[in-house]
Each structure stands twice: as C-alpha cells, then as structure tokens.
Design a protein around this ligand. Sequence first.
Ligand code: ATP
Ligand code: MG
Length: 439
Amino acid sequence: MKTVSANQHLNVHACSLNEYDRQKITISGAIYRIRKLGGGLFFIVIRDGESLIQCKLESNESIISIEEYSEGDYVSITGICQKENRAPHGAEIKVQSIEILSKSTEEMPFSINQKLFEVGLDSNLNFRPISLRHPKQRAIFAIQSAISMLFRQGLSLIDFTEIHTPKLVFAGAEGGANVFKVKYFERELFLAQSPQFYKQMMVGVFGKVMEVGPVFRAEPHETSRHLNEYTSMDLEVGPIKSFEDIMEIETYLLRYIFEELPKFCSAELKLLEVSMPQINNIPIIKMSEALEIISKNRKIKDRSDLDPQGEQIICQYIFKETGSEFVFVTHYPTIKRPVYAMEDPENNEVTLSFDLLFRGLEITTGGQRIHDYKMQVEKMKRLGYNPDDFVSYLQIHKYGMPPHGGFGLGLERLTMQLLNLSSIKEACLFPRTINRITP
Ligand code: ATP
Ligand code: MG
C-alpha cells in the first residue's frame, strides 16, 4: 500500500525553512520577483502562500537559463537550504533545478511585488484573484481568518456550541424591505438577513450557541460600510439575568480576540502597521444620553437612531473622556428594533438592546429577546405581522424558553475598523454590492 508522509518530498514552506539548514529541499510557489545582481548571480523570490522565499541562482555554474522564467510562473525549485540572515526567515535556497508547473501567459495587470500596493479600488476588485496575492492585501485576510477563528475559539472555551442554520428562509427576521427573494421551485423564499430565529430556537436546545456565516441585505445603495452579502458572527445565550450579560460576553470575547490575535498573525499585523485597541471595561451610555452629547455638536433630525456622523461624535467624545475606542450605546427606541426585541418594562418606548461602536462605526447590534409567547404574539400583531406566518418560530415561545439574548458582529466591519480601511469592500474577499457581482 502506498502511504503519503508530509515530509516525503521535503516540500518545505517558507516559515519552516530555517529548520533545513544544509539539506536538499523542494519548495514550490509563484515567481514573485527575479533580481539580477551581476556576476551571473540572480535572486528568484518565490511567494508560497505563507510568505516569500529567497532562492539564489548562480547562472555561471548552472545549466539553468533564467530567461525561461517570468513573474507569475508557478514553479517547483529544488536546492540546498542555507542560513542567510538578510533573507526572509533567515534562510535561502541555492538553486539546483527549477521545474515550471504552470507558465503565466499574460503580463500582470499591475505589479504585486512592490512594498506599497498603489492600485485603485476598482482595479483592485476587478482583478481580485491577482490583487489578493499582494502581501498587504493577503495580510488583511490572514488577520480576518484569525479573527473569525478566535471568535469561535473564545466562545468554545466558555461552552458555546457552534451551529449552522439555513440561509434559505421562510421570512426575513430583521424586518424592513431589504430582503432578497429567491425562486425556490414553485415557491418563494428569502435569503437570510440574519440567523436570528434559528439561533433563538437553538438556545432552547444548547443554551449557548454561535454561528459564523453569510447574511444578505438587499440595500439598494453603495456606501463605505455596507455590503449586500457579509459575514455575521452571531451568538445567542440563555438563561440570562439581563441584557447586560450579553455586553459582558462581548467584552470578554473582544478582549480574547485582541489578546490572542498577535499569536496567529503578528507578521501581518506588523506589515499593516495595525494599532491594537486596549480593552478594559467598555463604557456604556444610553441612547438618550448619546443624543444629548450629539445635540451639543449639531442639530439632530432623527432621534430614533444614530447616523454615521452621530456615531463618530459619540466615539470621539468617549475616547476623550475615557480613552476607550469602544462604546456600548443602549436602550434603542422600540420603533427602530425588530419584532423579537424585548421592550424595557419600565419604558416600553425603548428596548433592552445595544449597539457597540468601535472607532466611529457600529460593529454590533444585540439585546434581549422576547421569550414569552403572549408578549411575542401581541407585539407581532401590533407591528402588523400575522402570527400565523411564524408558527414554526413561535414554537419556542409556546413550549417554554429561558430569558435570552445575543448579538451579531459584522466580520468585515470589525476588520475594516481594526485595519483602518477606508471601505468595507477592502475587508471582503469578493464583495457583492448593487453594482458589483464579479469575480
Ligand atoms: P447599519 O445601521 O449600519 O446599516 P444595521 O443596524 O442595519 O446596520 P444590524 O441588522 O444591526 O445592521 O446588523 C448587525 C451587524 O451586522 C452590524 O452592527 C454590522 O456590524 C453588520 N452589518 C449590518 N449590515 C451590514 C451590511 N450591509 N454590510 C456589512 N455589515 C453589516
Ligand atoms: Mg444595527
């Protein structure tokens, strides 16, 4: 029987190069740059998915002719690994042979081997498979990958169960007109605006659940903070004593993510010169107080929500007062919150809910949900919904649910704010907007 061992061909990756001093190894990757040094000496730098590898070719001593190779060719290189402090990862390969695995047939639409990535957003997105190969673009998504992994890991550590809920759904959970309709055989379904109903159902099963998955919003406009498909990091938990429990969990989780992140992607964080936020206790203010603060700066038209400028004013104020780059704003008006939101028993014009703002932008909405059957049916009727359309969802209320709540944290929004990107599209591999559906 044939067996495959990881080291069988010693096909080594960039980050473990320095373990192979004076050994013959094979690496593979795309030619990132060919540099002529004079005296028949060339550097062939290879990009291997992890990082860059420097390979040295002395063409005088070898039968390899450098003219055969160009940037982008995907090659396999065999040679002797040797220590070299000036090379990435402290080692380089003295080339003995090169095999082309795939020849690039076109010139690159732009250079991906310069330190700076100076390509406009449209070209960046039109040539996404190529632009993402630039180390700085790649770094965004290495960091994003670590964030979503740490979200799941941080919650697993406190006994959350990961769930996977349907994205083809019978009703939009968040209300409003921004749902995509889908023809489903002879019927009509919707693309999920959030996993809301399903994660609540699963609280009745596991108590603490989480999901990282796509959600869809049919917002017919382009802004720097909206995508039509984004990745939502959700949790839902019960029983809770109050909606403040949810904010505590989010504070723990963000602290965990930011403390752990450098262990997984320190090179990328350094490359993008990321300033990591410090999280102690996150300040909490009520929506009514937030509006007071904003009204000192400018006139407020709509007192039911914070607009983008309002979010910025609040964040600047909180940063000045407390040094925190995060702030929870609580008690959003009932008219602005979805049908499942629990109203404040002391004032039913506001809900037991919160948004988390980070560096001037909303990244999370969360709160306590209604767990009582009568209360939920009454609210549905009040808001003009027909409870008969929600029979399967209402099973949870009918057959007993703990007081519970949760939140949704936008992965691209968090990435965008952490990395100081100017558009959310830069924080999404293949963004979907009203004007963009490819690649
Ligand atoms: P906004 O007011 O900014 O349009 P929202 O309040 O409508 O957002 P929620 O339904 O509260 O959005 O969604 C929860 C979280 O999901 C938001 O805090 C944000 O992080 C993210 N999010 C919401 N809509 C989008 C979108 N269109 N594109 C990217 N992320 C989004
Ligand atoms: Mg919101």
